[in-house]
Design a protein around this ligand. Structure first.
Ligand SMILES: [Zn+2]
Ligand SMILES: [Zn+2]
Ligand SMILES: [Zn+2]
Length: 740
């Protein structure tokens, strides 16, 4: 009888590896490394030399089967090779692997028992594993500035003063790619070939990737789309272990795990495509932190997070139902300012997920339905208490009123009996309040009363507040809150562990209120189509050199256009405006700008650049504006066209004149010997006209500042210290600027 060997490999403390530091750059890098490491195709390729069969790969987990001559030896060698591989790719992450002996019969008939036995084996191995990885901190050994855990041995590519450990270095190096985002783009490509979807453009797919997966991106870019708030979603399948117990054999197991993986990916991508839109630069505000097996961690703008999380739950369940084995997932959505430490936000998200799963389990045991649930919380303080603790402290009453909770969460999102989504009811209640312009201040009064902690006073307060509502307000409140959310005497009756619990959803309404409707973002840079027509009127003669002298006659010749007339090149104009803008900007603004072109920020995405780079360009990208050459306004010439140039040359104000100059030695303050020189200058009086046009990523305020600088520009060209080149700028009526 041929023996077979099942190998299970699991990355140790995968979340700790991903969230070791709070920096998005490293989190994304870690996530990219792991999703590459766990990619089914990649694992299959690594497995091939050992002649194993890959059953499952995802979420740090690999399961493979070995048979034939020396199956055990090959199985063990595969584990060793994977250990070396993870050491090579991460330097700091480790994995545990076990070999479980089995037989053809067991695989065919008792596969689940085999998997469970192997998992127990794995758990025992993990427990006994020495995981204390703290290094001896010698004062002579420098510690990584990022994780402060491992010895530093690498310098950050971008900043050689930053000493990193190998692990953090590798994460940063991987931070500009995302396998999941790439898969999302591929998925979009297929979808868009069939039918158009929202604002997604098939020819922009590369741009979405480039714009979104940039090293410089951090959570604030996502938060900017929702008043500075991000939502971190943590999702996980409900009772997946139980589901696996129904599996007969290895083939069925493979099938089910593939169904889970593919359905989750599909529903995630679909929810994202429906819930998000790329902005003008192609940036898609989502960070896929972890997508593997039945696990999901992602960050979104808060005003999108609840809907996307709800859609993922619903679509996943629909898809698995269609495929004949209905499964559900639950989600926790942790909401906070984008500056909130992401590793803590993740911990809170996990707590919320647990709470949502408890509700799902309750539906399973009490009503025998498969339900996807969702819990959320808006974190406003930096307190380190867990969700359970916060709710017990702030949203509950002392005995004997402990069965009254001043929140309604968690919510059922979708279930196997197609009951209406409780969460959808809450959202539509909020939407109605917003539409009917129900005063937010009224809601806040309810909220304050609810959180006052005095149960006996509460009913009185709620009645008093409702009595004070205006006729129309009371109607809206009754319809969209009391009735919509099935409240009786201000409470929703629910059961928890076979006990009656009374909950109040008004606090949920207030906390989510600002994140439901998409608000027009105020701080974000907007695209502006600019078309300025300006007139430059010289007040004194000016000189813009051609860089050439005319031998024997003029030392410094004027730049002239094809018809022999002086003009102001667009580049000179641009340089001059930039010079003023760069000098004046810091006096009125607090955000940094690049003073020196060579030391410019050089961020590839225009949007993330400083004000100067966005308008005038940087080493990495062009500026948003084109400055045309300023040409003399031609007088009306009535005559034979061929004589026009002649006419202009003789027309006195047009012809340049020669001016003598003396170079003064600044040190000795005397005229330098032989430094008498001649300079060709323009004749004053006649104005020049030009156009400045383009598309800018600019805030309204910034644009006004640009116009102010432009108007203030009073000198141009050479010899400014000698009083040459005084100009006056006026805007011509054709000037128009429209916002898109
Ligand atoms: Zn480190
Ligand atoms: Zn810059
Ligand atoms: Zn720049």
């Amino acid at each position: 009888m041929d023996s077979k060997y099942l190998v299970i490999i699991d990355v140790d403390k995968i979340q700790d590896y991903i969230f070791a530091t709070g920096k998005l750059k490293e989190i994304r890098g870690a996530s990219a490394i792991l999703s590459d490491f766990n990619d089914f195709g990649e694992v299959e390729r690594r497995l091939a030399p050992f002649c194993g069969e890959l059953l499952y790969s995802g979420g740090g987990n690999v399961m493979a089967l070995f048979s034939g001559v020396d199956g055990e030896g090959r199985a063990k060698n595969f584990i060793l090779s994977e250990m070396a591989e993870i050491k090579k790719t991460t330097s700091i992450a480790t994995l545990t692997g076990i070999v479980e002996k089995t037989s053809e019969d067991e695989i065919k008939e008792k596969f689940v028992e085999l998997v469970l036995r192997a998992e127990r084996h794995l758990a025992r191995c993990k427990e006994s594993k020495w995981l204390a990885l703290d290094f001896f901190h010698s004062p002579l050994i420098k510690v990584c500035v990022s994780c402060r855990k491992y010895p530093a041995e690498k310098r950050d590519g971008a900043d050689s003063n930053t000493l990193l450990c190998r692990g953090c270095f590798l994460k940063r190096a991987a931070s500009s790619r995302s396998r999941i985002f790439k898969q999302f783009c591929e998925w979009l490509k297929i979808k868009l070939a069939k039918e158009p979807m929202g604002a997604w453009n098939p020819s922009d797919l590369d741009n979405y990737y480039k714009s979104s997966i940039m090293e410089e991106r951090d959570l604030s870019h996502i938060g900017d789309k929702s008043d500075g708030y991000v939502g971190l979603i943590v999702s996980d399948g409900n009772r997946m272990g139980e589901k696996l117990k129904t599996v007969q054999n290895q083939e069925k197991f493979k099938e089910l795990s593939r169904l889970i993986k593919e359905s989750l990916r599909e529903s995630l991508f679909e929810a994202i495509a429906r819930g998000l839109t790329p902005d003008a630069s192609g940036f898609v505000p989502v960070e896929f932190v972890l997508v593997g097996g039945d696990d999901l961690v992602l960050v979104l703008p808060t005003n999108r997070a609840i809907r996307v999380a709800q859609d993922v739950c619903r679509i996943f369940q629909e898809k698995t139902r269609e495929a004949g084995s209905e499964l559900s997932i639950s989600s926790g959505v942790a909401i906070a300012r984008s500056k909130f430490p992401i590793s803590r936000l993740h911990k809170i998200g996990e707590d919320l997920l647990k709470s949502a799963k408890r509700l799902s389990n309750q539906y399973k045991t009490e009503e025998k339905i498969e339900a996807g649930c969702l819990d959320f919380a808006v974190i406003s303080t930096a307190s380190s208490s867990g969700i359970q603790e916060i709710r017990e402290k702030e949203y509950s009453f002392q005995p004997p009123n402990q069965n009254f909770k001043t929140h309604r969460r968690p919510y059922r999102v979708f279930d196997s009996k197609n009951n209406p989504s409780e969460l959808m009811d809450l959202i539509s209640s909020i939407e109605t309040l917003q539409k009917e312009k129900f005063p937010k201040s009224r809601l806040n009064q309810y909220y304050k009363a609810l959180l006052s902690g005095d149960k006996d006073q509460l009913l009185y307060d709620l009645l008093r507040l409702t009595a004070r509502l205006k006729e129309k307000e009371r109607k809206v409140f009754n319809n969209s809150v009391i009735e919509k959310l099935s409240m009786k005497n201000f409470w929703v009756e629910t059961s928890e562990n076979a006990e009656q619990v009374y909950k109040n959803p008004i606090s949920d309404i207030v906390e989510l209120y600002d994140f439901i409707q998409e608000k027009k973002s105020r701080q974000m840079t907007e695209i502006k189509n600019v078309f300025l027509k300006i007139q430059i009127t010289p007040r004194t003669p000016f000189h813009i050199g051609s860089g050439l002298g005319v031998s024997g006659i003029i030392d410094k010749a004027m730049l002239k256009d094809a018809s022999g007339l002086p003009y102001i090149p667009g580049s000179t104009l641009k340089g001059r405006i930039k010079y003023h803008y760069t000098r004046l900007y810091p006096l009125f603004h607090s955000d940094p700008i690049c003073i020196d072109y060579a030391a410019c920020c050089a961020i590839p995405d225009v949007r993330s650049c400083c004000s100067v780079c966005r308008i005038f360009g940087s080493r990495a990208h062009r500026g948003g504006l084109v400055f045309k050459d300023a040409l003399q306004t031609k007088p009306q010439f009535k005559g034979i066209p061929s004589r026009r140039v002649e006419f202009m040359k003789t027309y006195p104000p047009f012809s340049p004149s020669i001016r003598m100059g003396v170079k003064i030695s600044r040190r000795r303050r005397v005229a330098e010997e032989k430094k008498l020189f001649s300079m060709e200058v323009s004749s004053p009086q006649l104005p020049y006209e030009t156009e400045i046009a383009g598309r800018l990523f600019l805030k309204e305020k910034e644009f006004n500042f640009f116009l102010m600088v432009l108007k203030r520009m009073d000198k141009i060209g050479g010899g400014k210290s000698r009083g040459l080149g005084a100009v006056e700028i006026t805007f011509l009526p054709e000037t128009k600027e429209d916002e898109q």
